[in-house]
Design a protein. Sequence first.
Length: 160
Amino acid sequence: MTNKTITPVISVILLIMLTIAVSATAWYWVNGLQANLESSTAQGVESTTSMGNIQYNIVSLTCNSSATGNITIQLRNNGLTDISTDEVFLIKLVDASGVELNSTTKQLSASIGTSGLSTIGSLTFLTRDLATAAQMVNGTRYQIKTDVRGITASDYCTAI
């Protein structure tokens, strides 16, 4: 008489292989999920960033590419402390391909408070302080990055 069933040894080996396959699949899935969460969190933090009690974001951005035009960056203070006129902002102009064209530094003309109407302040400077006429072309989209004490924010504008 022949026995046509799976032996206990083979069944144990099959169960171990199945457990390893399910564990590996779960590990790859969890790592992929974690990478997606980190990526989406980083994108959400890009325009509003904080360090300690300072927190700000860019409210609006105007880029005038003419020789006598201005770039105006409106900032909102979302933190617990004022952003004073002593703070130096590093401002970078980045083209659509991610290449940094130029940078400059600028200080606020007035402190940005933490409550009331004083929560919005602006950085206004001549376009030629950041870019040459050849670098900023009307209708082209640029990224403006700001940095103060390692705290960054960025936004996009289209040159007019």
